[in-house]
Design a protein around this ligand. Structure first.
Ligand SMILES: [Zn+2]
Length: 126
């Protein structure tokens, strides 16, 4: 089975490649955010953990985090770099894309819908 979203053909333009990079960066941001949330949940457990138990598993965990660059501090730095890069990618996409504006309606609730205009190529909102 081939995944068309990851297959690059000879016809791929710089814009197409940038759109793939942006998708990839967004996935990375999502997964780093997941790890940050998971660390926060752990911090909550640590807060309630009584340290006068015989074995302390936290030391080994901290060491592992440092080796994997996945401490909360390192993850927050990663988010900052990825977000900055995402803004740059968005600017490049915006410059290269010959926008194809499409108007659509999205339902807010059962009675109301909202008109939105977006580019069918780069998904930018007007
Ligand atoms: Zn566009």
């Amino acid at each position: 089975m081939t995944d068309s979203s990851t297959h690059y053909s000879a016809e791929d333009t710089t814009l197409t490649l940038l759109l793939h990079i942006r998708k990839n960066i967004k996935h990375k941001i999502d997964s780093v955010n997941d790890m940050i949330q998971s660390n926060d949940q752990l911090m909550n457990h640590i807060y309630h953990y009584s340290s006068n138990k015989s074995a302390n598993p936290l030391e080994e965990y901290s060491q592992l985090c440092n080796e994997c660059n996945c401490s909360s501090e390192q993850l927050n730095k990663q988010i900052l770099s990825l977000t900055t890069y995402l803004h740059q990618i968005n600017n490049q996409i915006n410059t290269l894309c010959v926008h194809d504006w499409v108007t659509d309606y999205i339902d807010i609730d059962v009675e109301q819908s909202m008109e939105i205009t977006y580019c069918s190529i780069c998904e930018k909102n007007k």
